[in-house]
Design a protein around this ligand. Structure first.
Ligand SMILES: *[C@@H]1O[C@H](CO)[C@@H](O)[C@H](O)[C@H]1NC(C)=O
Ligand SMILES: *[C@@H]1O[C@H](CO)[C@@H](O)[C@H](O)[C@H]1NC(C)=O
Ligand SMILES: *[C@@H]1O[C@H](CO)[C@@H](O)[C@H](O)[C@H]1NC(C)=O
Ligand SMILES: *[C@@H]1O[C@H](CO)[C@@H](O)[C@H](O)[C@H]1NC(C)=O
Ligand SMILES: *[C@@H]1O[C@H](CO)[C@@H](O)[C@H](O)[C@H]1NC(C)=O
Ligand SMILES: *[C@@H]1O[C@H](CO)[C@@H](O)[C@H](O)[C@H]1NC(C)=O
Ligand SMILES: *[C@@H]1O[C@H](CO)[C@@H](O)[C@H](O)[C@H]1NC(C)=O
Ligand SMILES: *[C@@H]1O[C@H](CO)[C@@H](O)[C@H](O)[C@H]1NC(C)=O
Ligand SMILES: *[C@@H]1O[C@H](CO)[C@@H](O)[C@H](O)[C@H]1NC(C)=O
Ligand SMILES: *[C@@H]1O[C@H](CO)[C@@H](O)[C@H](O)[C@H]1NC(C)=O
Ligand SMILES: *[C@@H]1O[C@H](CO)[C@@H](O)[C@H](O)[C@H]1NC(C)=O
Ligand SMILES: *[C@@H]1O[C@H](CO)[C@@H](O)[C@H](O)[C@H]1NC(C)=O
Ligand SMILES: [Ca+2]
Length: 556
């Protein structure tokens, strides 16, 4: 796609919004120069350190066509670089997943367990213990990057009990963050710690467009003497799915895909799936089709944002020196196993996300099938900046060798998924029959979450294996196992028929990963040559071992 220069009339006015709350000091920059060794020794020869842009959408699936509306993004990022076809989130819910991106850690290491303050979502403890060590904080303080944030941060960001919108997390030179959860109109932004309210006039307030405009402003007015990192985090395609006026008629003929797990009863699955009504009512189906269309409509504004941003990078001569990542915080389902709409489930549709990247040294039109988790983004971006990853506590690993096409990289064969179900103590007045402990019972009183929808999985993928093993912390101590080679839609739970020795190994591996930290999260998996399996730990108790050992930390 040809990039046109930005016309002068399209240049935004110089607003007061882009003043850094605290400009990075010279001392810090000198410190950064020696702690981030890119490009090892050649900076003196005039090479500039690369910039990085991370575009994060909210609830965009990969499996049900989530990328289809983004034609320009495909042409400008995927076709110009690499698409990862096996990218996962370690937790299919906004706040835990976003915390994993920022910290490079699995949920059991960053302790953000749900979307509430009590679950550490932007809580005081998170601010004190995790937030100072996020990758943007390191980029800024150790590597001298200018850092820019715009959009949704963590769902409870701005809560009065946690510092309100005056709290600007360490690590950001420019902070333009949405208070609380995704919205399109009638919201408050923290502009470097000062509240700014927006109404509902499209040309002034539509959040996706505001994020695009403030990002372009940043590119126009940033300093040219340091490299930059931008994180742009859109509300789309999260509910309430309000499309820009010009897109409200788009995709009229589109409905949610009727794939092989659409509107079927998950009969050998955990109780939450079994309670879903099959077949779904016509009104549920109508509702989910409408949601599907509106989600796609909201994504058209994201596609515009990506195009404008890339044109502006090109206009300023930065495009060939900038890595641009595009991903989502979790997947989404519309009717799978008769669950109308949401995320929060262990299945591929909820845990798999798009992940695209273009940048210097990345060849065009590549697809990479390696098993990726969003905990890898922090290490990758720090690696790009030349920071020594051994100095971090991150669980993920750098994707840079994969991006550069290094042929002999030894890659991981498994990732961990951890989810703590959300519930409420009282009954939902609109669905009293469901009793306490459940949540998201809409539409038709089909609940999408519950306290006991608490599980951990190991997702294994290598040349000859494509498996998922999950254990529930519920009264049935439910186990689900899928062979995705034979059953890509996860219809047959093979927990009762699979070779018990393999089941035991996966149970043990899950326990190991649930207690891992840093390098131990990157040890060889069950099917790797270097895998170490200690049967004494596995067979010390008899048949019931899987049950009694679930969620217990082994003494390794
Ligand atoms: C990438 O592939 C698309 C078709 O999928 C093609 O149109 C495009 O020219 C290719 N781009 C490059 C840079 O090779
Ligand atoms: C919240 O985070 C703190 C510090 O990381 C941790 O000690 C605490 O257990 C976490 N709370 C929950 C509910 O996990
Ligand atoms: C925005 O707020 C106004 C005033 O409260 C209200 O009338 C309007 O419906 C709201 N619009 C949206 C999209 O939430
Ligand atoms: C919305 O804002 C634009 C630009 O300021 C203005 O021209 C227009 O009248 C506003 N529309 C409404 C409905 O207030
Ligand atoms: C974004 O900037 C364009 C061009 O200056 C302007 O027309 C548009 O109204 C702006 N949109 C928002 C939501 O600020
Ligand atoms: C919807 O309409 C568009 C344009 O008219 C067409 O390209 C597309 O194939 C149609 N899709 C379906 C599902 O009918
Ligand atoms: C980017 O393009 C400019 C101008 O064409 C060139 O001088 C520079 O070396 C290029 N940078 C990279 C990293 O390729
Ligand atoms: C990081 O640690 C690994 C394993 O101990 C070692 O092989 C590697 O050389 C270290 N990297 C740096 C930059 O020190
Ligand atoms: C991978 O290939 C590079 C270059 O061919 C070589 O230097 C390196 O030792 C190889 N690494 C492994 C693990 O084989
Ligand atoms: C979130 O997690 C905390 C800590 O485990 C728990 O107290 C709270 O009830 C959870 N919130 C919801 C809505 O499930
Ligand atoms: C899960 O919790 C719900 C609501 O509290 C309860 O009705 C159900 O029996 C529980 N199921 C299991 C397997 O623990
Ligand atoms: C998974 O399915 C494939 C293809 O049917 C089969 O070859 C393989 O043995 C199965 N693996 C397990 C663990 O059941
Ligand atoms: Ca989300």
């Amino acid at each position: 796609m040809p990039l046109r220069a930005v016309p002068a009339s399209g240049r935004p006015r110089r607003g007061g919004v882009l003043r850094s709350p605290t400009a990075p000091g010279l001392r810090l920059l000198l410190l950064g120069a020696c702690l981030c060794a890119w490009p090892r020794g050649s900076e003196a020869a005039g090479a500039r350190r690369p910039n990085v842009v991370l575009i994060l959408t909210d609830d965009q699936d990969d499996l049900l066509g989530g990328m289809t509306p983004l034609k320009k993004t495909k042409a400008l990022i995927a076709d110009m670089g690499m698409s990862f076809s096996s990218a996962y989130v370690p937790s299919p819910l906004c706040c835990p997943s976003r915390a994993s991106i920022l910290t490079g850690k699995y949920p059991h290491n960053h302790h953000v367990v749900n979307n509430t303050l009590e679950g550490n979502c932007s809580s005081k403890l998170w601010q004190k213990i995790q937030e100072p060590y996020t990758f943007p904080a390191i980029l800024r303080s150790m590597c001298g990057y200018q850092t820019f944030f715009a959009g949704k941060y963590l769902n409870e960001y701005g809560a009065l009990d946690a510092g309100g919108v005056e709290h600007v997390p360490p690590g950001w030179s420019y902070w333009y963050a949405l208070e609380k959860n995704s919205k399109y109109y009638n919201y408050t932004l923290s502009v470097n710690g000062k509240a700014r309210k927006h109404g509902e006039n499209y040309s002034l307030d539509y959040l996706t467009d505001v994020l695009a405009n403030v990002s372009l402003d940043f590119l126009d007015y940033k300093s040219n003497s340091e490299p930059f990192f931008m994180m742009i985090s859109t509300p789309a395609p999260h509910s309430p799915w309000i499309a820009a006026p010009q897109y409200q008629k788009s995709f009229q003929n589109v409905s949610a895909p009727r794939n092989s797990n659409f509107n079927i009863h998950g009969k050998n699955k955990h109780w939450l799936i079994r309670q879903a009504k099959t077949p779904m009512t016509n009104s549920s189906i109508q509702f989910l089709d409408e949601a599907f269309r509106k989600r796609w409509q909201t994504l058209l504004s994201v596609d515009d944002l990506v195009e404008k941003l890339i044109r502006r990078l090109d206009f300023h001569g930065e495009l060939n020196n900038t890595f641009i990542f595009y991903t989502s915080d979790n997947g989404y389902h519309t009717g799978q196993f008769s669950l109308p709409i949401d995320k929060r489930q262990l299945y591929e549709f909820d845990i798999k996300v798009p992940l695209l990247v273009r940048g210097p040294g990345i060849k065009a039109n590549q697809t990479n099938q390696m098993l990726i988790a969003n905990i890898d983004l922090g290490p990758t971006i720090l690696d790009i900046a030349g920071y020594d990853l051994n100095k971090t506590q991150m669980d993920g690993r750098s994707l840079l060798p994969l991006m550069r096409g290094t042929s002999n990289v030894t890659w991981r064969s498994d990732v961990l998924v951890e989810y703590q179900g959300e519930g409420y103590n009282g009954s939902d007045p609109t669905c009293p029959a469901m009793g306490p402990g459940v949540s998201q019972c809409f539409p038709d009183c089909v609940c999408e979450d519950a306290y006991n929808n608490t599980y951990a999985c190991v997702r294994t993928m290598s040349k000859s294996w494509n498996l998922q093993y999950c254990e529930f912390d519920d009264q049935e101590v439910f186990v689900e196992v899928y062979n995705l080679t034979a059953d890509p839609h996860q219809i047959d739970n093979i927990a009762k028929t699979i070779d018990p020795e393999l089941l035991g190994k996966m149970n043990y591996r899950l326990m190991m990963l649930q207690s891992c930290s840093g390098p131990t999260c990157r040890t060889p998996g069950v099917f790797d040559p270097g895998y170490r399996f200690d049967p004494r730990l596995m067979f010390s108790s008899q048949v019931g071992s899987i049950r009694t050992r679930r969620f217990l930390k082994p003494s390794l």
